[in-house]
Write a protein that binds this ligand. Sequence first.
Ligand code: PMP
Length: 324
Amino acid sequence: MRVEARPSDLVGGTPLIDLSSLVPNHNATLLGKMESLEPCSSVKDRLGKSMIDQAEKDGLLIPGKSVLVEATSGNTGIALAFIARERGYRCILTMPETMSVERRMMLLALGGEVVLTPKETMVHGALAKANEILQESGEKGPETWRDTDGTIDIFVAGVGTGGTVTGVSQYIKGCTEFDCPPLMPELYTVAVEPQEQMLITEARGGTKIGPQGPHRIQGIGAGLVPEVLDIDLLDEVVAVHSSKAEEMTLKLWMMGLPTGVSSGAIVEAAVQVCSRPENKDKIAVCIIPSFGERYFTHPMFAQTKTKAEALTKQPLPEPFDNTE
Ligand code: PMP
């Protein structure tokens, strides 16, 4: 019998799924790392757990007394609220008003206290967590390496805080943060950002494509080049338009894989990279950061909403504006 004692024991150890059928002619193998299957459905559950574990280890928290306060774009807050509830801490989260109503509902239902902020104020607060982010992302590196039996050639991740892409690449390519020799310095790291906000591309000396402005890919494209992102570890940045990301997200749903829209952007980029002749027979791992049910108020579900309304013969509530 294998039984976990606490909800937080379920964090980590996410599986890989074969997405190679999306790659034309199966030119390369594409695997999705299912962070969407974490207990609270996102890539940030590990971070919430490791931040609280660390603070407890450092003697900073007293159950029943300590209050956690965090600025969050949503998923980090949900992870913190979830662990705080388990361990008996009060948790106050400030989040930008543009984030989806499902995220607010999750936070509140988990007993978190939510303070909405204008969107400009969020990024800086959330990015102050650089060290913690690297700490949690380091866990995804070992898992990715172990579960591909060290055969990974290409790694693809979206950039929100940059923690995931930096942490995994550092672990596999090798750097001073980790106490081991480089596993594979030639790993090809691909970062994904919205085409409407090509700040990382620009920071690497590339050219922006098309109009720049708001985008609809929650979780990536935070509106600045995050401090924790180590640009030198990136071999390429692929920019994906929100409409392409939405198209791929809905395709994933139709494969029986409900994901969020950043997963669609990341898979779209990964498929592009995997389709190139020079990547024939290579093995790519891409991150699937979040589960899809948290996104029903996203405009990509407008058609689904219309169908649901036809079925029930009554209008559903207006979607909350979470397009930015
Ligand atoms: N997708 C989603 C849905 C996210 O919540 C996040 C985290 N903000 C990311 C992608 C990007 O991950 P990271 O912050 O590690 O760059």
